[in-house]
Design a binder for this molecule. Structure first.
Ligand SMILES: *Cc1c(COP(=O)(O)O)cnc(C)c1O
Length: 384
């Protein structure tokens, strides 16, 4: 962050989210270009960050939206995403949400169970609409990531198990107002091991061969999101490796002629453009440790408490040449309200400004008013 930006922060009430819209635009340019090389379609996963200013920038780049609630569908539409580019996933869609999505004419439902298919068909009949659906498959691929963000292995609530897939497709074909259009895979998030994507392609190829053998042709295959970002070094690698990521699918997945391939990146688009900016309230000496107590808490950024996630923490204003190890914590009455343990920082004092980096994804959207704390506002890079 530039001196001028930090200067500007001095005048703002903390904590707040700061978004670098230039970095967001550059990230989108790269993602769209690299997907475009292979003719792949992108839908931004709105759940990663639904800030209207960010949604407007993302929509300008011509990507669609991947939504996981009726309100996300409504937010995508309000912010100018065309209905024809909206896909809607989730294990527990309510009747009201399904009705909204059908009335607004979204492109596709990603469906996860037999009873859901039945309900979608009933509602489509009542509205005299056809619901296009992709079936979410649980492909049995381990994403090797935190167990809370792994979704593609057996024994979790997501998707159809492979053994039910063919029956589910036949079931769709028997429904009057449902049109089966394809398969949806999403195996987890913050995936940094490229072999996971290779395994996913191999499994998708197997599934596809099996279905083709039974005369079932999917018109679209959706590989979901999941590409990880570098939380350790946000400045060294601000833009995730989209080229290698899409290349892995272009070479690994055997698309059928005319088959559309879709992706739903969330974190990889928005994580690095956001920081949570906070002020140091107190520096407290314990017996063996020193604590830096911030005015931002787990209600502003839940990831460290929820997933033991690492975020880089920087003191933006200390000029001390000496360094210390601090536990950096928030003011919320929970031991889990800790952003980092033994964080090496320049000697820190009350009033210093601190940046918690890579907060653009799953930061502001997960904010709560726990302890009746106010929701933190957002500010944007200079000139905007
Ligand atoms: C969360 C989610 C995504 C986005 O995942 P990222 O890891 O943020 O890219 C995409 N698709 C579905 C169905 C999801 O649930």
């Amino acid at each position: 962050m530039t001196t001028a930006t930090i200067q500007r922060f001095q005048e703002l009430k903390t904590p707040f989210y700061y978004y670098d819209l230039e970095l967001l635009r550059e990230t989108l340019r790269v993602a769209v270009r690299e997907a475009g090389r292979h003719g792949f379609h992108l839908h931004y996963a709105v759940k990663a960050n639904a800030n209207p200013r960010l949604l407007a920038v993302i929509r300008e780049h011509g990507v669609g939206a991947d939504c996981v609630s009726g309100n996300e569908v409504a937010a995508a539409l309000e912010n100018g995403f065309p209905a024809a580019g909206i896909v809607y996933a989730g294990v527990g869609k309510s009747d009201e949400e399904i009705r909204l999505a059908l009335e607004r004419g979204i492109s596709c439902f990603n469906c996860e169970s037999f009873p859901e298919l039945e309900v979608i068909n009933d509602i489509a009949v009542s509205l005299d609409k056809i619901a296009r659906v992709a079936l979410r498959v649980n492909p049995g691929v381990d994403a090797h990531t935190h167990h809370y963000i792994t979704t593609g292995i057996e024994e979790n609530k997501f998707g159809f198990p492979l053994r039910d897939l063919e029956r589910a497709i036949r079931y769709c074909q028997g429904l009057s107002n449902v049109e089966w259009s394809g398969l949806h895979f999403h195996v987890g998030s913050q995936i940094t091991d490229p072999t996971v994507f290779r395994d996913l392609c191999a499994r998708a190829n197997e599934v596809q061969r099996h279905l083709v053998g039974h005369g079932l042709l999917a018109t679209r295959i959706n590989f979901g999101g999941g590409l990880g970002v570098d939380y350790e070094r946000p400045d060294a690698s601000p833009i995730p490796g989209f080229a290698d990521y899409f290349e892995a699918f272009a070479t690994g997945f055997e698309a059928l002629p005319g088959q559309q391939v879709h992706f739903e990146p969330g974190r990889s688009i928005v994580a690095q453009c956001g920081s949570l900016i906070s002020r140091v309230l107190y520096v407290k000496k314990g017996t063996d440790k020193e604590f830096v107590i911030l005015d931002a808490g787990m209600n502003d950024l839940l990831r460290p408490a929820l997933y033991q996630a690492y975020h880089r923490i920087e003191n933006l204003t200390s000029t001390s040449p000496d360094r210390e190890a601090y536990d950096v914590v928030g003011p919320v009455c929970e031991s889990a309200d800790c952003f980092g343990k033994a964080v090496n920082l320049p000697v820190t004092r009350r009033g210093d400004l601190v940046a918690i980096r890579s907060c653009g994804a799953y930061g502001e959207v997960m904010a709560s008013r726990y302890n009746l704390r106010p929701l933190a506002p957002s500010h944007f890079s200079s000139g905007e």
